[in-house]
Design a protein around this ligand. Structure first.
Ligand code: ADP
Length: 404
């Protein structure tokens, strides 16, 4: 047994989990409990060797789903639990051992992430009750970006809003950007240096990383800022909200719904938020799908070029997330807009890279031009290794105190 860590990601009606070994590889068991609270709630398990099982859990609560997950771990007991927490505000700059005080402090950040943190907290509360004896650690999506300088994280609005209400840019997808940054340092001859990382999943964000530290990132106070995403608009004119309210009589709630759930790839294409389907539709000549892909790639390229300002030099660009790892078309289209950064794509290597695998896709004969790499992300592996490192350090600290 390799000291497995149970990684838990609690949403408002779902719980994703994975039991991750050291070193992290494919999780020995993972899954998702979906539609919790509804009559068709269900736990989908994926065990080692690809065995899949669906267990119906009608009207299950988070607590019941967690208990069922625990039962299915059998004798594979974790040594600790790592929780994904979306927002850590300014208070949390790294993975943190959960106790009552830390839970109270996370509760204070709920106003910054009203859609995510309450669900994360429900999961933490239920899990702490079920696994009383196990150390539990919160790993924050925002923590990696706490190295941003003030000129990158402050909005140009009155200071009071920052000082009294914490209104600033925080950034998200921290576990993914941190994992990819560490992996780049391992696989690239250029090591840490200056990297632009594009995490492109249903949510999308890009980050400028220098020597392993985040310097600027595209998401802001909420995960709505920045790039075009599956159903989120990303950046719009801040005056748009007022216009929609005054001219179209829209309520705040309907504007929120519009920009978070009806926009992005879905809104522009009028078809779907799924990039695979969009690529097929664009291939068949669908104008909305064609435009959605073009807006997505152009906006991504423009953001990457802007983020280059945060770096002394651009050693490379890395793609990750479901779209970044799998779509050679999106990588090629995006890089096509970045000639000004001196990028040279090896088109054959880009097309030939097997879906979901790691690889370099730049033209290596163009020495001095930025590397271009695809790095499959591993947020669960990162949360597990942060959790394991912290509990190992704390156990060592306890032992050294005993020795004193
Ligand atoms: P999440 O943010 O929910 O974790 P993922 O990282 O799984 O999402 O990314 C989902 C996106 O990746 C979807 O838009 C999906 O269409 C896209 N995707 C997955 N495989 C491919 C592929 N082979 N080609 C293009 N897009 C893909």
């Amino acid at each position: 047994m390799k000291a497995p860590i149970l990684v838990i990601n609690c949403g408002s009606s779902s719980i994703k989990f994975a039991l991750v070994d050291q070193p992290p590889g494919a999780p020995r068991i993972s899954g998702i409990a979906e539609r919790l609270g509804s009559h068709d709630a269900c736990l989908k398990l994926e065990e080692e060797h690809g065995n899949r099982r669906d267990i119906s859990l009608p009207r299950a609560t988070h607590a019941l789903a967690l208990k069922t997950i625990l039962d299915h771990l059998g004798d594979q007991r974790p040594v600790g639990i790592g929780h994904r927490v979306v927002h850590g505000g300014e208070r949390f700059t790294c993975a943190t051992l959960l106790d009552d005080t830390v839970v109270r402090t996370i509760r204070q950040t709920v106003s910054l992430a009203p859609l995510h943190n309450p669900a994360n907290l429900d999961g933490i509360t239920a899990t702490r009750r079920l696994f009383e004896h196990l150390p539990q650690v919160a790993v924050f999506d925002t923590a990696f970006h706490q190295t941003l300088p003030a000129h990158a994280y402050r909005y140009a609005i009155p200071e009071d809003l920052y000082q009294r209400h914490g209104i600033r840019r925080y950034g998200f997808h921290g576990s993914s950007h941190a994992y990819v940054s560490e992996r780049l340092a391992e696989v690239s001859e250029r090591g840490h240096g200056g990297w632009l990382i594009a995490h492109l999943g249903n949510g999308c964000s890009a980050t400028a990383v220098w020597e392993g530290e985040s310097q600027d990132t595209s998401m802001g106070m909420t995960p709505l800022e920045g790039l075009v995403m599956g159903t989120r608009s990303g950046d719009v004119d801040p005056g748009l909200h007022l216009h929609l309210a005054r001219q179209l009589g829209m309520s705040l709630e309907s504007i929120d719904l519009l920009l978070n759930q009806k926009s992005g790839l879905l809104g522009v294409s009028g078809l779907t938020n799924d990039m695979r389907e969009l690529e097929q539709a664009a291939g068949a000549g669908h104008p909305g799908a064609t435009l959605a892909i073009e807006v997505f790639c152009y906006r991504l390229a423009k953001t990457l070029a802007g983020l280059a300002c945060a770096l002394p030099r651009v050693d490379g660009i890395a793609f990750t997330g479901g779209i970044g790892e799998n779509s050679s078309l999106i990588r090629a289209r995006t890089l096509g807009h970045l000639k000004a950064l001196g990028v040279h794509l090896d088109s054959a290597a880009n097309s030939a890279l097997a879906r979901g695998s790691e690889g370099a896709i730049h033209d290596a004969s163009e020495s001095g031009s930025p590397e271009i790499r695809v790095i499959p992300t591993d947020e669960e592996g990162y949360i597990a290794s942060q959790t394991r490192a912290l509990i190992t350090r704390l156990a060592l600290a306890d032992r050294s105190e005993e020795a004193v």
